[in-house]
Design a protein around this ligand. Structure first.
Ligand code: CDV
Length: 307
């Protein structure tokens, strides 16, 4: 049985504040159709792909941005995209803001297979930014105000003939993300991001955004023998410029497809999932070489604890 999965990364340009969900879904449908045209089995959309990146604005009330959240998935507006998946056999991974019936707010990804069924759901684990209004910043990063940390953690889904994990934006900077997913057997990890080029706590990092983006995803791919698909919503959105540079990375750590311009576009790669074993059966044969008995601080403490 062949283990080739053709995966697309559907990079998006900015979504304006006044762009309707219907307009955005039409953009997603166009990207999905482009992915189908190049033979994709699955296409990955960015983080919060249905709206503008609203955590850049403060509202005094916590529910002040609730109009950006989805209370059900699928819903009437996104249903045509689910229908496209069922009609074409090409699945997708979609990021959106989720408001649950019991009032929890999450930064969420759903994985939809080629029958149009949701086969996986992931809620962002590492929530960056701040929860309080910081007017001295040129723009806010209030994810910690508007989103809760996932209570569920990471998981892996059998889909598209392999094992698929999901992570969202800031998760990609943390080695724990890839290692937990690697230990769960993930062969492909889908990661959408919104990464402003200006980082207020340390602007020295601004020119390094693209370097750090590749550094963390390539390291995660190599050290865990997995494909990593990183997908941006980039460009200048409501006056804030964000990183594009979407990329698909092989278990070798090599970039095998990369967006060279910003805006809506699909890049794709034929991924031979058996390539993962070249790494997970050799240098990164976890069951032979890992030493969990000496890794205690990783799970025992949150911050640095000098002993
Ligand atoms: N959406 C994000 O999670 N963005 C973060 C912040 C820190 C810019 C990121 O890690 O890219």
């Amino acid at each position: 049985m062949t283990r080739i999965v053709t995966v697309g990364a559907a990079q998006m340009g900015p979504i304006a504040r006044d762009e309707s969900r219907e307009q955005v879904v039409e953009r997603l449908r166009r990207l999905h159709a482009e992915a189908v045209d190049v033979g994709c089995d699955v296409v990955v959309f960015p983080e919060l792909a249905l709206t503008t990146f609203f955590p850049r604005w403060y509202t005094p009330d916590l529910d002040g941005h609730d109009s950006y959240f989805e209370t059900s998935m699928p819903n009437d507006v996104v249903q045509p995209l689910f229908d496209d998946a069922a009609r074409t056999g090409c699945g997708f991974c979609l990021g959106y803001a989720e408001l649950t019936s019991d009032g929890h707010r999450y930064n969420t990804y759903v994985l939809v297979d080629g029958t149009g069924a949701i086969v996986g759901r992931y809620r962002k684990v590492h929530i960056p930014g701040h929860a309080d209004h910081q007017p001295e910043r040129p723009f806010q990063h209030l994810e910690r105000r508007y989103f809760e940390e996932s209570p569920d953690g990471f998981g892996v889904v059998d889909a598209f003939g392999g094992s698929v994990g999901m992570a969202i934006c800031n998760d990609r900077r943390w080695p724990e993300t890839y290692r937990v997913l690697g230990l769960l057997g993930a062969e492909m990890v889908f990661i959408g991001y919104n990464t402003p080029l200006y980082y207020a706590p340390d602007p020295d990092q601004n020119p390094l955004q693209s370097f750090h983006n590749n550094l963390v995803m390539a390291a995660g791919a190599y050290q865990n023998g997995m494909f990593v698909v990183g997908v941006a919503k980039g460009g200048i959105e409501e006056g804030v410029e964000s990183l594009s540079h979407s990329q698909i990375i092989a278990p070798s750590g090599q970039v095998i497809a990369q967006a060279t311009v910003s805006g809506d576009l699909v890049i794709s790669a034929r991924c031979d999932l058996d390539l993962c074993r070249h790494y997970t059966d050799t240098l990164f044969d976890f069951s032979t070489y890992r030493r969990p008995e000496v890794y205690g601080p990783i799970v025992e403490s949150r911050g640095v604890q000098r002993r």
